[in-house]
Design a protein around this ligand. Structure first.
Ligand SMILES: *[C@@H]1O[C@H](CO)[C@@H](O)[C@H](O)[C@H]1NC(C)=O
Length: 536
């Protein structure tokens, strides 16, 4: 018994994760158009108290569909428990494509309309659902926020081959939230971007003004006097962060205002793909630079050019790490392409439930996702490993000829502990804590149903959807917020440690200093106790 319960819980969790994953990675989703092969769509719809008329579900049948007078049902999915005869999403999605007659057996009444008999102990409030013939445009204003499903029941006999041409009806479904077309999760991210982009611009203006005034001069003459780390943080982290955020915001803006859920637009899809790819690659690139930095890049090493005093970055490690970066980016590209491909199979609006979630393509995507997850783990752990090795190396091979700037660099690198250890760990704890508290809050309120009845499957399905409905808000937003916290924290900490005093290597392209190919035995210095001796 216990075993079985844990298995179902794990199963539900898996479905939940899949659902969240598909919601996270694919926007805009595949267009929501009901056909003879696709008989259901579910989507969260958000209602506002002040403008209840702005949130609705609209069915727009084409000529073939109108003429067929196809029966339809729209309901808040959690209310599935109120009905005796409406099949659960899992069953409906599985039987609809090929076994309509089988499916319709208990679902429809004599006249072909949905059987809405209330289950024992429940009632069915007709004002909260819509049921009828889709012979013209149907607009249903939703009574409350939640995940709604649209079921249709076209005549089963048109499955025959000769009727195939006639069977090609289309019923586009528009899920419209009070604020527009984006699903709520993305809407939250979109709203957050409206604040984080100006914040990023303000930080950029501040930083740039600071280095203009104190380091490079108004005429940009002394660009070379800016340390490698300062340049990297401003031009390779902050600028791309702002650019990527603006691109993401723009895609969300287009989708929210112009792309109804049943529409598709090559341009928006393409832009969305570019935005997602850019954003993911950017994060990997920052992780790559963090790793190089933890290995002493910009502190004692550089990769080419002339400098007053620096050593060449160990070339073999450099090539390996760059190769790893390249591999990671290729992986992300494959993942995104696969996802867009699967997206066109309509899994997203099915919220991870239905027969298409258990096929091979999904396990391949699952595998690639796992791989990408392992990559990101490596990006976090390696800097932690190399940080201490580099600290010893720096103590042994001072970065600058004069003692004062050497001391500054050594102290700055020591403080960088904040970026390499404290910030990622703090971010993880913060994300975990917020998600934990919010999830605990809603899990405590989770509706309970009588155990061991013949309706157990219906109850489980309603519960799973209830979890998805609630987890969207309590998981996605904290994850996105903490990733912003990380990015901004990263830049601000590095500002105080490295940019403010222009610490780290300064590489002067025009100077003719000899490159110091000092033969540093890379990261092979073992004990800390030796440090003092070597220095002396
Ligand atoms: C389902 O039943 C609950 C409890 O009886 C009720 O509050 C809710 O309005 C019902 N939903 C529908 C669609 O009738």
């Amino acid at each position: 018994m216990m075993m079985m319960m844990t298995t179902t819980t794990t199963c539900k969790l898996y479905i939940l994760l899949l659902a969240i994953f598909s919601l996270v990675t694919a926007y805009p989703d595949a267009p929501t158009i009901l056909t003879v092969k696709q008989g259901v769509f579910c989507s969260p719809v958000e209602r506002s108290w002040s403008h209840p008329e702005k949130s609705y579900i609209k069915l727009v049948p084409d000529a073939v569909a109108s003429q067929k007078q196809i029966k339809g049902l729209i309901f808040h999915y959690y209310d599935i428990v109120n009905f005796t005869s409406v099949p659960i999403l899992e069953v409906f999605a599985q039987l609809y494509p090929k076994e309509k007659k089988n499916l319709y057996g208990q679902m429809l009444k004599e006249d072909g309309s949905f059987n809405l008999d209330p289950a024992e102990g429940y009632n069915v409030d007709k004002s909260k659902i819509w049921s009828g013939s889709i012979d013209k445009e149907v607009k249903f204003e939703i009574p409350s926020t939640g995940i709604y499903c649209v079921y249709i029941a076209p005549p089963a006999d048109t499955d025959e081959d000769e009727d195939q041409a006639q069977a090609q009806f289309k019923i586009p479904v528009v899920f419209k939230n009070s604020y527009g077309n984006l699903s709520y999760t993305y809407y939250l991210i979109y709203s957050l971007l409206k604040f984080s982009i100006p914040a990023g611009l303000v930080i950029f203006a501040g930083l740039f003004n600071y280095v203009l005034r104190f380091k490079i001069g108004k005429d940009f003459q002394n660009m070379d006097s800016l340390s490698v780390i300062s340049k990297a943080v401003i031009f390779l982290v902050l600028c791309p962060l702002i650019a990527v955020s603006i691109l993401q915001w723009f895609v969300f803006f287009l989708v929210n205002n112009f792309l109804e859920t049943c529409q598709k637009s090559f341009i928006i899809n393409f832009l969305s793909f570019v935005a997602q790819f850019a954003s993911m690659s950017f994060h990997v690139f920052v992780a790559y630079m963090t790793l190089l930095f933890s290995m002493g890049f910009g502190v004692i090493y550089y990769y080419n050019g002339n400098s007053r005093n620096y050593r060449l970055f160990p070339q073999q490690s450099f090539r390996k790490i760059s190769g790893f970066l390249f591999l990671n980016i290729v992986l992300l590209f494959v993942l995104l392409v696969m996802n867009s491909f699967i997206g066109s199979k309509n899994t997203n609006y099915l919220i991870g439930i239905g027969d298409s979630t258990v096929n091979n393509k999904n396990s391949f995507v699952g595998f690639i996702t796992l791989l990408a997850g392992l990559f990101s783990l490596v990006w976090v752990i390696l800097p932690m490993v190399f940080y201490f090795k580099t600290k010893k190396t720096i103590a042994t091979f001072p970065p600058a000829p004069d003692a004062e700037s050497t001391d500054k660099v050594v102290s700055a690198f020591r403080k960088s502990f904040l970026v390499i250890y404290v910030l990622p760990i703090l971010t993880a704890i913060l994300a975990g804590a917020i998600v934990g508290v919010l999830s605990a809050q809603y899990m405590l309120n989770m509706p309970q149903f009588p155990p061991n009845t013949e309706r157990a499957l219906v109850y489980a399905s309603a519960q799973a959807m209830w979890i998805i409905e609630n987890s969207l808000k309590s998981v996605m937003l904290p994850l996105f917020t903490t990733s912003l916290f990380y990015s901004f924290g990263f830049i601000i900490i590095l500002f105080f440690i490295w940019i403010k005093d222009n610490n780290g290597l300064i590489v002067d392209r025009n100077a003719n200093d000899p490159i110091e190919y000092a033969n540093v035995p890379n990261f092979e210095i073992s004990d800390g106790e030796d440090e003092e001796n070597i220095r002396v």
